[in-house]
Structure formats: structure tokens, C-alpha cells
Design a binder for this molecule. Sequence first.
Ligand code: G4P
Length: 295
Amino acid sequence: MTIQWFPGHMTRARRQIQEKLKLIDVVIELLDARIPMSSRNPMIDEILQNKPRLVLLNKHDLADPAVTAEWVAYFADKGLQALPVDSANGNQTKDIMVRCKELFGDKIATQVRKGINPRPVRALIVGIPNVGKSTLTNRLAGKKIAATGDRPGVTKGQQWIKVGSEMELLDTPGILWPKFEDQMVGMRLAATGAIKEELLNIADIALYVVRYLTVHYGASLQERFSIEKLPDDPQDTDAMIEVMEAIGRKRGALISGGRVDLEKASLTILRELRAGKMGRISLESPSDVRQSDAR
Ligand code: G4P
């Protein structure tokens, strides 16, 4: 699902989340493990203020485990607990529940001291479209929850979903917008499928991916497409386009005269990347973020 965000949507989405914050104890901030910063809302700290927060790095099954470990350390440095999860296939419900309870711990201890039976910890999932909010909700609920009002500005009565006996989840997640003003962020979002590739030029996205893979995952790229040698200079755009053409030829993406259909080749590259065919790949690491912060 792709939402066209306009300033009015953003204001409304923000207001809706702030309304929901009054009802809950802990926020589950869902990010894409392959691009944690690019899949993050730029105003998240301001929106959530001091609400206890657990960061989940979702789609961990597709991300590079070593880079994900760097992200966990990065968030820890910022005082945030981050947990890699795979909502589609894994089951980390218990771990998520334990961490949410810990984050809410002081209040539980106070209730127990006062002789009150502690009530379940109440949580809200927030994240950008396609990051896996519904998948995680279904996983935590242990069943399929009908998708409702999954658009900014569409509301319905709040309902609580039980997660075991000690946790409850608001059934409508908070939908946030990404930081798409930054072109590199847009590329990463499109590369992972978070935004529709038609919003950008598909060959540009694939070029970005092939360049990134050449620098960080050269061996995986070579192996997947049987490429003997990659260009020495990844900044050499012509040489990178030749790599894309070689991939296109391998996959039969040809037009009349035997020339490569670059658009088709680009689609193939993106599809195979998203399906994890080149192995577990992250498109962003904490050092990329530090570099862009320094600029
Ligand atoms: P949203 O509510 O935040 O918009 O996201 P949603 O749960 O709809 O998930 C978006 C896509 O991401 C879905 O794929 C979903 O299966 C996939 N996904 C969610 N979590 C994970 C995960 O941990 N690992 C992997 N590999 N994929 C995940 P889709 O192609 O849109 O649909 P489908 O293939 O499930 O039919």
C-alpha cells in the first residue's frame, strides 16, 4: 500500500498518534532492519515524547545480521532497546512481551506495592506503510486481525487485542510518514519496496542498488548473476550500467536487436534483492548515517 502524504495527512496522523498515546503504556516503533534510519519517521522523538519505547527491527530475515547487530548497538547508545524480529516467519512474541513489561516495570511495581493486581501492559505499534505493522499485529495476536482504516485520517472505535494475559495491543497501528525529502532515503525506500518504484525512475533505483552491492556485497552480486569481475570504480556510472546490462542479458531481459531492456533488468534486480535471492543484505549502516550527519 502506498500513501501519498500531504501536510494535512501528516498533521492528522500525528494528532491521531498523540491521542492514542494517552491510552497506552509502551510504544513499539517498527523499523525495517535493512534501512532503519530511512524507514524512520523524522519527527518520531517529538511525536512520542517520553513514552517508553521498544524499537523492533523487522524483516530481520532479509537484513545482514552483522549490520543489524551494529544497529542494535547504535540504538542502545541512544538509550533505546532494539530487537531484531521477523514478523512474517519468526515468533518473538514472548521476547517482545517481556521487553514491553520491563519498560513499563516501575508502574507494575507500584501497582503490586499498592496491592493492586497489575493490569496488562498496553502497547501501540507505530511505523511507516509496509514496514510490517499488520503482520506483526497478527503475529502478536496469534490470529489474523482484519485490516481496518489503515490510512492516515481514517479512524474507528479503538479495540484492544490480547497478547497472552499480560499485554494488550491497540488494534489500529499508528501510521507515520518517512523522510522522503532526502533523495537517498527515497532510493532506499523504493529499493526495499516501501514506496512504489514508479514514484522514482526504476533504472535509477536499480543503479543505486547495484552500486551499493558492488561496494558492500560484491561477492554476493557476482555469485548471483555469475559476473566475473565488477568495476574497480563504483562511481563510474557507465561501468555500473554495463553490470546492469550483463544482469539483463543473464535473465533474458532483451528487446529487438538483442539489446538489453534496462527497465526489465532493473525490475529483476529489485525483485531478487527484495526476495533475499542475493542473501541477507542491509542497505544502510550506522556509519552511513554518521557520514550523512557529518555533511
Ligand atoms: P504494514 O501493515 O506496515 O503496511 O505492512 P504489512 O504488515 O502489510 O507488511 C508489508 C509486507 O511486508 C508484506 O508483504 C509482509 O508479508 C511483509 N513482511 C512483514 N514483516 C516481514 C518480515 O519480518 N519478513 C519478511 N520477509 N517480510 C515481512 P507483501 O508482499 O505486501 O504481502 P505478502 O507477500 O505477505 O502477501
